[in-house]
Design a binder for this molecule. Structure first.
Ligand SMILES: Cc1ncc(COP(=O)(O)O)c(C=O)c1O
Length: 410
């Protein structure tokens, strides 16, 4: 048997405390927390000077390249609490024909367990729930997060209740159920599901696992930024296009870059962060354009890209702050452009994107046309889930093996 020491060896941990992302108020580590006292996300803080002394870059580079190689920058204290389904480092795939530039790489998160990047956040949040003695979790989801929660929680015998908007793709509902959670469709949007979860949590029925309402999902999503830095030889790309719903990944990557700079592994340069939303649900784009710090709820949200159908994000101010500090933008794209991007990428480059990934490609193409990005710039687009989960165009042609077959016409 091949042993992955990232999963089995004890390693030092460096979490010092948690901090309110709005007020900076300090919270004890190693205790169960939800939001801060003012209702904002908590961020995990590490003794980065100690990490720097304990973890030479060469040690990190010699490890197997999976998510758990970053243990010193992650919150799980005890090796036995790691719950793993094989969280590999995801590849960077060029799509020169559909992007129109050889410098565009898709970070294909569809290769992760449960087929989406939600595995990164949920593997960490579930490990921490296990560490902190949680036995029952409830969560709202647009689909993929519920699937990842179900898989990891079931694996370590934590009970899960998942609430999803009625428009959630059927495949997601079924995979959540198949992986051992109790899943319910709700006649509303994800924040309506979140309100029900919140009510049950207030009554002490379960722990609320909504995105950014517990502190550890972001630490898992942070590994996207850590990984990118290592894959790019510690020189970050010029721009990152991220399909933004709750925005946990974008906020997480921004945090990762800060931590890497404090370790001295990267410099002060940052990619321009582009938060991509569907024009049918674009609260962050609207707030960005209006110069607001927070985003108002988007009414009547509608888009084919279910993962980014998030009318109101708890971490709105953190997304907007990161986008602005980076010199990036929040950009909206319509469903027709999203679907065309998915089709082109599959037909021309052989890579099947999810609709949310298609949104980043559509936004990149528009940005290239408007001069917002240059063809020579190194750009990363996030494909957050495998395209195999989503409806594809019909293909009904058939051959009758008993009849005349015109082979030349096939
Ligand atoms: C495929 C896909 N892309 C993007 C997102 C949005 O991710 P985030 O909440 O980090 O903004 C989701 C969330 O459900 C998703 O499932």
């Amino acid at each position: 048997m091949v042993i992955n020491s990232n999963l089995t060896a004890d390693r030092s941990t460096f979490v010092t405390h948690l901090e309110c992302s709005m007020t900076g108020e300090r919270y004890e580590a190693d205790q169960l927390h939800g939001l801060s006292r003012v209702g904002r996300p908590l961020l995990v803080r590490y003794d980065l000077d100690a990490v720097k002394a304990a973890l030479p870059k060469a040690t990190l580079e010699a490890r197997q390249t999976d998510l758990w190689r970053w243990r010193e920058l992650l919150p799980v204290r005890r090796t036995g609490n790691i719950v793993s389904l094989g969280e590999i480092e995801t590849p960077l795939v060029p799509i020169p024909k559909s992007a129109g530039s050889a410098n565009v790489l898709v970070k294909d998160e569809g290769r992760l367990p449960t087929g989406s990047f939600k595995a990164r956040g949920l593997v960490m949040a579930v490990a921490m729930a296990k560490e902190l003695g949680v036995t029952r979790i409830a969560m709202p989801t647009n689909g993929n997060a519920g699937a990842a929660l179900a898989a990891y929680a079931t694996r370590c015998a934590i009970e899960t209740i998942v609430l999803a908007p009625e428009e959630t793709p059927e495949v997601n509902i079924r995979e959540i159920a198949a992986q051992g959670a109790r899943v319910y469709r709700v006649n509303g949007q994800i924040d309506d599901c979140g309100a029900i979860v919140g009510r049950g949590a207030a009554e002490g029925r379960w722990f609320d696992f909504s995105t950014l309402k517990e502190p550890y999902r972001i630490e898992g999503k942070k590994t996207m930024g850590l990984e990118l830095a290592a894959q790019f030889g510690w020189k970050l790309p010029d721009a990152i296009f991220y399909p933004t719903g709750g925005g946990t990944g974008l906020i997480g990557m921004w945090k990762a870059f800060d931590e890497l700079e404090k370790l001295g592994w990267i410099g002060s340069e940052r990619p321009r962060m582009y938060a991509i939303q569907a024009s049918g649900c674009a609260p962050i784009v609207r707030a960005f354009e209006a110069g607001e710090e927070h985003a108002e709820r988007w009414e009547d949200a509608a888009t084919v890209a279910a993962g980014i159908r998030v009318p109101k994000a708890v971490g709105d101010f953190l997304i907007l702050r990161a986008v602005r500090e980076s010199g990036g933008k929040a950009l909206g794209v319509g469903d027709p452009a999203i679907l065309k991007a998915v089709e082109d990428c599959a037909k021309k480059d052989g890579l099947l994107l999810c609709p949310e990934g298609g949104a980043t490609l559509a936004a990149y193409r528009a940005a290239l046309r408007s001069g917002e990005v240059d063809e020579d710039e190194r750009v990363v687009l996030f494909n957050c889930a495998t395209g195999l989960k989503y409806p594809m165009p019909e293909a009904n042609a058939a051959v009758d093996r008993f009849g005349e077959i015109d082979l030349g016409a096939l």
